[in-house]
Design a protein. Sequence first.
Length: 239
Amino acid sequence: MAFTFKSESIISLALILSAWAWQAMSVRMLREPTIAEQHQQWVVKYVWTYEDPLEKAKCQAIFAQNLRFIEDFKRVLQTILSSYGCRGGYPDNAFKFIIQNQGIISQNTYAYHGMDRICNATKAAEHTVRIKGFAYVPPGEDELMKAVAQQTVVVIIAASGRVFQSYRHGVFNGDCSSQLDHVVVVVWYGKSEDGINFWKIRNSWGVAWGEGGYMRIQRGGGSSKGMCGLSSEASYPIA
């Protein structure tokens, strides 16, 4: 099965949004700083200077657009009552965000840099991936197989066990935690060289974890919910 760009982008955002932790807002001052004052604070922070007043005015206008975009983005996420900040969230809320936001940008268009930067409002508006809705997969490994045969599927899994977190290679069939607490993507299923049926899942912990960021986890282990509850709660986007 080909792993399409569209499903890759949508599911990547689902993983990111499901895991995002929003810090609590600090106590507001009696008077909110103006956009001009906030821009000046940014200028001082990054030791930026303007020789031309027109250039400063233009940059301040862009800064204002960035602030509005960021506030709108936060507002949409914060209105999702079933998201739990540092305690995680649910994939369907990510899908709802994509629909409400009328699409998302791709990683290639606007990459994550891991540092404080001013939002590029122009790039942020380039919604290259859109979805019409999403669907839930009925519980059970048979139903999950049917869904994965058509597209990649987002699942919630019990992943806080030490053995799971330290997984390196092979077909995992070991210690699972008791609570569904992490989101991964099921990309395919198969059988190992020694005859063990497995699901292939993609994690969000980087390529240093597991088999290049992936795990093979036992399929058909006897539990109606699948190994580590993998087939309990599954969903996928509809383009």
